[in-house]
Design a binder for this molecule. Structure first.
Ligand SMILES: [Zn+2]
Ligand SMILES: [Zn+2]
Ligand SMILES: [Zn+2]
Length: 375
C-alpha cells in the first residue's frame, strides 16, 4: 500500500465541473461468458473468449495446479497463484516476485491491509476477469485500492463503473471520494464531489464526513468552499435569467408600443383607424402598456420625476426612440423629439442607453428590432 499518499487528498479542486461521459463499458465481471464475447466483438478484436477458456482460467486459479506463489494475507490467510500469470497481469506484483523469498519452487509475497477475501477476489480477477456480484459489492473499495496499487487498469475501470452505476451510496460517498482522490480516479472523484454537494445535509451527518473532518480538515474546507462557489454560481445563473426576462419584456413592450401607436388596440389607436375593443392581441405587454399610455395622457403630474408611472412611460418612449429606425413612420409620440435630445446627451448617459439597447437586442438574438425594420 506504499503508493498511497495522503497529501494528494488536498488536491481536490475547488470548483468541480460536470464529469465527462463514461468510456465504453470496459470489462466484464459476473456471469461473464457472453459479456466478454460481446465486449471484445464491440472493440473489433478478432478474438472471443469462449466459456471453456474462461472456465480453464477459473480452474487454474481454483485448483492451483503447479502454482508457485504463496500470497500471505491478513490473519494468516494464504492465496495460491502462478507467478507467470500474476506477474504478467501486474507490473507491481512482478517486481515483488523478483525480490521474493524462494523456497524450492515457491515464492512468498504479502498483500496486507485488506481482508483475505478481497485479495482472493483480486487475484481471481487477474486470471479470468471474473467475480461474483456479491463479492464486488462487498469489496469494491478494496478492489479499487488494489487495482490502483498493483496497476491493474481494467479492474480499476470496472470498480469505478460499478460504483458509478449503483454501488455509490450516501453512506460510502465520503469514503469513496477520498479513495478516488488517493487512487487517481478523477471521474469518480468528480461524481462523488457533485453528489456530496447535492446531498450535503445528509452527507454532513454521516460517519464518513465526521471522520474526514477529523483526518483531512483541509479536504473538508475545500468541499465547503466549492459548495459556496456552487451556490454563488447558482445565484448568478438565476440573476442572469431574471435579467434576460426583463430584457425580453422590454423588447415586447417596445413592439407593443409601436403596435398601439400604429394599429391601435382595444381602447387606443390612431384617430384615422377603426379598432375593435377586446380584439385578441398577440403582444403580452399590450394591455399594461395601454393603461400606462392612458395614464400618461391624463396625468396631472406629468413632469419628469413627478409620477412613477409617467417616469416609466418617459423611459419607454426614450428607449423606443433609441431603437427606432424611422421616426417619420413609427407613429410613436415624441420619437423625433427624443432623437434630437439624444444628440445633446452626455457621454455617460449615452453609454448607459447604448448598453441597454445592446442587451435587449442581443437577448432577442437580433441586430435590429424587427418591428421597426418592417415599417
Ligand atoms: Zn394590442
Ligand atoms: Zn403620472
Ligand atoms: Zn419611433
Amino acid at each position: 500500500m506504499a503508493n498511497l499518499d495522503v497529501n494528494s487528498l488536498q488536491n481536490a479542486k475547488k470548483s468541480i465541473p460536470i464529469p465527462p461521459p463514461s468510456p465504453q463499458s470496459a470489462a466484464t465481471g459476473y456471469p461473464c461468458e457472453y459479456v466478454v464475447m460481446n465486449n471484445l466483438a464491440q472493440r473489433g478484436r478478432n478474438s472471443c473468449v469462449s466459456s471453456a477458456t474462461r472456465d480453464l482460467w477459473e480452474r487454474l486459479f481454483n485448483d492451483g495446479y503447479k502454482a508457485d506463489v504463496c500470497i500471505n494475507t491478513d490473519n494468516g490467510g494464504i492465496v495460491y497463484a502462478h507467478s507467470n500469470i500474476i506477474g504478467v497481469a501486474s507490473p507491481v506484483l512482478r517486481a515483488m516476485l523478483k525480490q521474493a523469498n524462494r523456497f524450492n519452487r515457491w515464492r512468498t509475497i504479502s498483500i496486507s491491509g485488506v481482508p483475505h477475501d478481497a485479495v482472493r477476489v483480486f487475484i481471481r480477477y487477474l486470471y479470468s476477469s471474473c467475480y461474483e456480484k456479491e463479492e464486488m459489492k462487498e469489496f469494491v473499495l478494496h478492489l479499487l485500492v488494489l487495482s490502483h496499487v498493483y496497476v491493474v487498469p481494467h479492474l480499476k475501470r470496472e470498480c469505478e463503473q460499478k460504483l458509478e452505476m449503483g454501488l455509490l451510496t450516501i453512506d460510502n460517498l465520503v469514503d469513496v471520494f477520498q479513495l478516488a482522490l488517493l487512487c487517481d480516479a478523477p471521474r469518480l472523484s468528480l461524481i462523488c464531489h457533485r453528489k456530496i454537494i447535492q446531498n450535503f445535509k445528509t452527507v454532513s451527518e454521516s460517519e464518513g464526513w465526521k471522520a474526514m473532518k477529523q483526518s483531512h480538515p483541509v479536504l473538508e474546507k475545500e468541499v465547503l468552499e466549492s459548495m459556496i462557489e456552487e451556490e454563488n454560481s447558482k445565484k448568478e445563473r438565476i440573476r442572469k435569467m431574471n435579467e434576460r426576462q426583463v430584457y425580453l419584456q422590454l423588447y415586447d413592450a417596445m413592439e407593443a408600443l409601436v403596435h398601439i401607436c400604429r394599429d391601435g388596440c382595444r381602447t387606443i389607436g390612431p384617430h384615422d383607424k377603426d379598432f375593435k375593443e377586446n380584439q385578441p392581441c398577440r403582444y403580452s405587454s399590450c394591455k399594461g402598456l395601454e393603461l400606462l399610455v392612458r395614464h400618461f395622457a391624463g396625468c396631472k403630474l406629468r413632469v419628469p420625476g413627478g409620477c412613477g408611472h409617467c417616469k416609466r412611460m418617459w423611459q419607454l418612449l426614450e428607449l423606443h426612440s433609441r431603437l427606432c429606425a424611422d421616426p417619420n413612420v413609427c407613429g410613436v409620440p415624441l420619437c423625433r423629439n427624443f432623437k434630437q435630445k439624444i444628440e445633446k446627451q452626455s457621454k455617460k448617459d449615452e453609454i448607459r442607453w447604448k448598453i441597454l439597447v445592446e442587451k435587449i437586442l442581443t437577448t432577442r438574438g437580433i441586430g435590429i428590432a424587427s418591428c421597426f425594420r418592417t415599417l
